[in-house]
Design a protein around this ligand. Structure first.
Ligand code: 5AD
Length: 382
């Protein structure tokens, strides 16, 4: 496995590898140095736990055949819980305004070139209506942290969606807010919340965000969401600048503690108008391995094959599902605004209407043995 140079030779991250080698909470079982790679994969598949040293060995030593073996184990576990079903989520990007300034994201407030828009309530409800007719039973309202949507405006929107479509789940993906706001939206009917932690490592978090954005705040939000009763999704980008094996293990360890119902991971892809414009994108192979590892660590987790993965490789969605993912999130935003929700360069944004996109997706997935189902697709608790 080759990692980009920025992964390892990053001066700002000196000392990173030498930190305490804390093992994942479960246990350190055998001396993994003596185990073969396949044995590590078998043990991970059987027990769902892995040590820091084992993760390191997997990420560094797996060849193409081992990666396929890892994926096959992840598929087995996915099938045990979800069969061949693929859940679809209709993604509605309702605002591209953002008060944050994440160095990797095209929507950062310092990006003056970003074209900003907000959907009206009417437009968003229209997207849901169209999505419902196509078979979507989860709507994901995703937006930058746009202060225009105060608690009330978003509560009203959530209530209206739930009133029109009581059999659907509403997922929010709207960043960091006070616990009271999360509670209000939950009471208005929101079921799930996506908030990637982005990286669980303090030094790495500093490297990706301005000083005033704090990892601690992010984590607190995730715990608050859990406490309120949301099905919670977290996750991280793969191959973001400054990432290394240790930070990835921190990510897995953080997820292990949080026990999220959903995990979103996808490759980092540079955006031309950000400080990371010149960086390499994250690798598909590494993303796929991490998808498989996450499936094995969290057998029932709802795990999307992300748009970012499909952006860097033409068959990314299929490969993601074959590595253990079980969710896809097609875009339901009005075609007229899609180009403006530009998190990274070349984000897939065909002029295709949702209906066409969905029918071609269904065909492609059927071709590899998966069925897109009409269902809310909640986390299986038992
Ligand atoms: N490349 C890949 N993913 C990105 N995101 C933001 N910017 C990028 C990028 N340049 C992801 C973040 C965020 C999610 C909505 O999109 O992980 O949580």
């Amino acid at each position: 496995m080759q990692f980009p140079a920025s992964f390892i030779n990053n001066k700002a991250l000196a000392g990173y590898f030498e930190r305490d080698k804390k093992i994942l909470p479960e246990h350190e079982k055998k001396d993994s140095v003596k185990m073969g790679i396949r044995d590590i994969i078998d043990e991970l598949a059987a027990e769902g736990s892995i040590t820091r040293r084992q993760v390191t060995r997997l990420l560094k030593e797996c060849g193409a055949k081992d990666r396929e073996y890892l994926a096959s184990k992840a598929r087995e576990v996915r099938e045990k819980w979800y069969g061949k079903d693929v859940y679809i989520r209709g993604l509605i990007e309702f605002t591209s305004y953002c008060r944050n300034d994440c160095y990797y994201c095209g929507l950062r407030c310092s990006n003056e070139k970003a074209e900003r828009y907000r959907l009206s309530e009417r437009d968003t409800l229209g997207c849901c209506r169209e999505g419902y007719a196509l078979g979507f039973r989860t709507f994901v309202l995703q937006g930058g942290e746009d202060p225009f949507f105060g608690r009330d405006a978003l509560s009203r929107l959530i209530s209206s969606i739930k009133k029109n479509h009581p059999d659907c789940a509403v997922t929010l993906s709207f960043g960091e807010h006070p616990k009271e706001a999360y509670k209000e939206w939950f009471d208005a009917g929101a079921d799930r919340y996506l908030l990637r932690h982005e990286t669980a490592n303090e030094i790495h978090y500093r490297f990706l965000h301005p000083e005033w954005q704090k990892l601690q705040d992010r984590k607190k939000c995730l715990w608050n969401l859990k406490e309120i009763g949301y099905q919670v999704g977290s996750g991280f980008m793969v191959g973001s600048p400054g990432q290394n094996i240790n930070s990835l293990i921190d990510d897995l360890e953080f997820l292990e503690g949080l026990q999220p119902e959903m995990v979103g991971i996808g490759p980092f892809i540079p955006h031309r108008d950000t400080p990371f414009a010149g960086e390499d994108h994250g690798r598909s192979e590494l993303t796929l391995m991490l998808l498989s590892i996450i499936r094995l660590m969290f057998p029932r987790v709802l795990l999307p094959a992300t748009t970012a993965l499909a952006t860097i490789s033409e068959d990314g969605r299929e490969r993601g599902l074959l590595a253990g993912a079980n969710v896809v999130m097609p875009n339901l935003s009005p075609v007229s605004v899609r180009g403006k929700y530009s998190l990274y360069d070349n984000k897939i944004c065909t002029g295709e209407e949702a209906a066409e996109a969905l029918s071609s997706l269904k065909k492609r997935l059927k071709g590899i043995g998966f069925n897109v189902v009409v269902a809310r697709g909640d986390f299986k608790r038992n």
